[in-house]
Design a protein around this ligand. Structure first.
Ligand code: AMP
Length: 354
C-alpha cells in the first residue's frame, strides 16, 4: 500500500459552496489543510486555511493555486476546459479530467452510460430540427442543455409534438439533447467511492423527493427490493471502475417496472449523500478525502435509518426549533443571505437503528 498524503499537506478544492465546506471539515479531521478556489461567496472559505477568490478564467491564479496544493479536487463539475489545462501537470487532480468531462456534458455522459450497458432514457442530440430528435425519443420528452444544468435548470418539457418549437426556443440556442420521458415510480441515488488502490465502497441507496426541481428529502433505507438495491450497487461500481475513478461519485437513478434507469452521474459528493453524516461511521465527505489522499476507504455500512431534509430559503428559520427534537443533527452553511431556492443547511433525523 502507498502511504497516505503527509499530515499538514494541502488539499485544493475548486468551488467554495457547502459541499466544499463539509469536505474541508472532513479534511481537517484527517490532519489536512484546505485551500479553496472560488470566485463568488464561499461558505467553504470560513473553514479553510486559504481562499483564492478569482475566476475560472484567471489562469495565473489557477496556476498559483495548483502550485500551493498537494492534491486538487472539486465540489462542482462545471469547471471550464481551459481552467483544467492550467491546472494540469502541476498537481494531481482527483477525480481526474476524464470523469469530469464525462459528466459535464449530458450527451457524452449518456453515451458513456450506454456503452457500459446501463439503461438510460432514450436520447438524441438536438440539432436545428427538434422533430428529428423527437422521432428518436418519442413524446413526452425533456430537452436539456448539454452543459451547466442543475436542479432542473436548463430544461424544457414537451408533452406533445406541437409544443416542440416553443420548448426548443426556450433553451436560447444552447447545445442540448432530447430525452424520452421515463415513467418512474420513484427516484433513488447511490453514493459510492473508489480509492487509489481500486477498492470500491458503496453507501446504501437513498430515496429522494424533489420540490420545484430541488432535492427536498432523502430517506434511507429506500423502499425498494433487495434486487434493486444490489443492482444500484453494481451500477455504481461499474461506473467507478470504467472511469478508473478516484473519489466519491453520486449516481441518480429512476425506479421503473423494467428496473433501474440511470438519470445522471455527479463526479463529487452529493446532496443526497448527506444522510451518511448520521448513518455511517465514515460519511461521504471523509470517504472522499480518504480516497483522494490515499487512505484506505472507510466503513460506509449504514447503522441507522435516517431522513435528511434540506433547509431551503426560509426553512432555515426552523433550525432552532428542530434542534431540540430527538435524533436531529443540524448542519448550517453559514450563508448570510437567505434567498428563495437557496440551500441554507440540512438536518439529518435518525429514525431508528438500521
Ligand atoms: P436532472 O437535472 O437531469 O436531474 O433532472 C431533474 C429532474 O427532472 C429529475 O430529478 C427528474 O425528476 C426529472 N427528469 C429528468 N429527466 C427525466 C426523464 N428523462 N424522464 C422523466 N423525468 C425526468
Amino acid at each position: 500500500m502507498t502511504e497516505p498524503l503527509a499530515q499538514g499537506s494541502t488539499i485544493g478544492i475548486l468551488g467554495g459552496g457547502q459541499l466544499g465546506r463539509m469536505l474541508a471539515m472532513a479534511a481537517a479531521r484527517l490532519g489536512y489543510k484546505t485551500h479553496v478556489f472560488e470566485p463568488g461567496s464561499a461558505p467553504a472559505a470560513d473553514v479553510a486555511h486559504r481562499w483564492t477568490q478569482a475566476g475560472y478564467d484567471d489562469l495565473d491564479a489557477l496556476r498559483a493555486f495548483a502550485e500551493a496544493c498537494d492534491v486538487i479536487t472539486f465540489e462542482f463539475e462545471n469547471i471550464p476546459a481551459d481552467a483544467l489545462d492550467a491546472l494540469s501537470g502541476t498537481t494531481p487532480l482527483f477525480p481526474d479530467r476524464r470523469a469530469l468531462e464525462t459528466s459535464q456534458d449530458r450527451l457524452i455522459e449518456k453515451a458513456f452510460l450506454r456503452d457500459q450497458g446501463l439503461a438510460t432514457a432514450p436520447f438524441a442530440p438536438l440539432g436545428s430540427d427538434v422533430h428529428a430528435a423527437l422521432s428518436a425519443t418519442g413524446t413526452p420528452a425533456i430537452l436539456k442543455t448539454r452543459r451547466f444544468g442543475y436542479d432542473g435548470k436548463g430544461q424544457a418539457r414537451i408533452m406533445a409534438p406541437d409544443g416542440a418549437e416553443a420548448a426548443f426556443a426556450s433553451l436560447g440556442g444552447a447545445p442540448a439533447i432530447a430525452e424520452g420521458f421515463v415513467d418512474f415510480s420513484k427516484e433513488i441515488s447511490v453514493i459510492a467511492a473508489r480509492g487509489q488502490d481500486g477498492a470500491v465502497a458503496v453507501f446504501d441507496p437513498g430515496e429522494n423527493v424533489h420540490q420545484d426541481g430541488i432535492l427536498s428529502v432523502t430517506t434511507v433505507p429506500a423502499a425498494i427490493s433487495a434486487t434493486l438495491r444490489t443492482d444500484a450497487v453494481l451500477i455504481a461500481s461499474r461506473i467507478l471502475t470504467a472511469l478508473d475513478y478516484v473519489g466519491v461519485l453520486g449516481v441518480e437513478l429512476f425506479v421503473t417496472p423494467a428496473g433501474l434507469v440511470v438519470n445522471e452521474i455527479a463526479p463529487r459528493v452529493h446532496n443526497s449523500g448527506h444522510w451518511t453524516q448520521a448513518g455511517c461511521a465514515v460519511d461521504q465527505f471523509e470517504q472522499h478525502i480518504r480516497a483522494i489522499t490515499g487512505w484506505p476507504l472507510g466503513d460506509g455500512t449504514r447503522h441507522a435509518n435516517v431522513t435528511m431534509e434540506n433547509l431551503i430559503g426560509e426553512d432555515v428559520e426552523r433550525a432552532a426549533a428542530l434542534a431540540g427534537e430527538p435524533g436531529v443533527q443540524i448542519h448550517l452553511y453559514g450563508k448570510s443571505e437567505t434567498r428563495p431556492g437557496r440551500k441554507m443547511g440540512h438536518i439529518n433525523r435518525v429514525t431508528g437503528p438500521a
